[in-house]
Design a protein around this ligand. Structure first.
Ligand code: FE2
Ligand code: FE2
Length: 253
């Protein structure tokens, strides 16, 4: 049975939260969701910083700098939304300490701290930007929390460009590194990317759906991503890695 949505899109403003005009649980769930979104944007920005520092590819550098600026802006937008409801960046980040160790944060954490070389960077971008595009476009654009919906609108356009860039680069990578190497890298990254959507059917997501803070459960978004990537792999003659059925996903073969 579909979950009844208690708040329509754009129904709640910061003042409603501050003045206690919404359910206390709404505020708790919103705070955690925004803190996780802000952290994902911040780690992505750190990933682009790392790419600029380590890649030494003057051709890629302008686009890396552009994306870095945009990811920083996305993080600022969400941290500002948190501040509006009385949560500092520090407090938000502190609330994520255990969350960022979960498999759902493996992709942005790896991007921020571990990517090595151009092919690894490209896979990170494909895993974080394309998944982000789906999460924001499907889930946050019609959030009941109007400031999040407005931020999503701004972020969405830029994420669409990042996604295009990553998909284009995938074709380029086959030319530069060979199909075999790209295939291996893909096998390393696809489980991470799919896990980024988080576990399905959690109590937290149930509350997000009920409060209209998300429109779809995590597994539905993960399926959209897999379908998109499968199509792209088909076009490029790559084999889409098969994953185990349950979260956290790993390679099935
Ligand atoms: Fe972003
Ligand atoms: Fe992005």
């Amino acid at each position: 049975m579909p979950i009844r949505r208690e708040y329509p899109p754009n129904a709640v403003e910061a003042a409603d939260v501050k003045l206690g005009r919404v359910d206390a649980q709404y505020t708790r769930v919103l705070s955690r969701l925004l803190a996780a979104h802000a952290m994902a944007e911040k780690l992505t920005a750190l990933g682009y910083e790392r790419a600029i520092r380590t890649l030494d590819n003057s051709e890629l550098e302008p686009i890396l700098r552009k994306n870095l600026g945009e990811e920083r802006k996305h993080a600022r937008l969400i941290y500002r939304a948190l501040e509006e409801i009385g949560i500092s960046q520090q407090a938000a980040d502190r609330s994520m300490i255990t969350v960022i160790r979960a498999p759902s944060f493996d992709a942005p954490s790896y991007f921020a701290g571990k990517i090595a070389g151009e092919l690894d960077f490209l896979m990170a971008s494909l895993s974080v930007d394309s998944t982000g595009l789906i999460m924001i476009g499907v889930n946050y654009k019609d959030s009941s929390y109007a400031p999040h919906a407005r931020a999503a609108e701004v972020i969405l356009e830029e994420e669409a460009e990042h996604n295009m860039f990553a998909l284009e680069q995938l074709g380029q990578a086959i030319e530069n590194f060979g199909r075999e190497a790209v295939q291996v890298a893909l096998r390393g990254w696809v489980p991470r990317a799919v896990n980024f959507f988080g576990p399905p059917g959690s109590g937290f997501t149930y509350d997000c759906l009920r409060f209209g803070l998300k429109a779809r459960d995590n597994n539905e978004l993960a399926e959209l991503y897999v379908t998109m990537l499968e199509k792209k792999c088909g076009q490029l003659g790559l084999e889409m890695p098969r994953l185990t059925a349950t979260y956290p996903h790993s390679l099935a073969n």
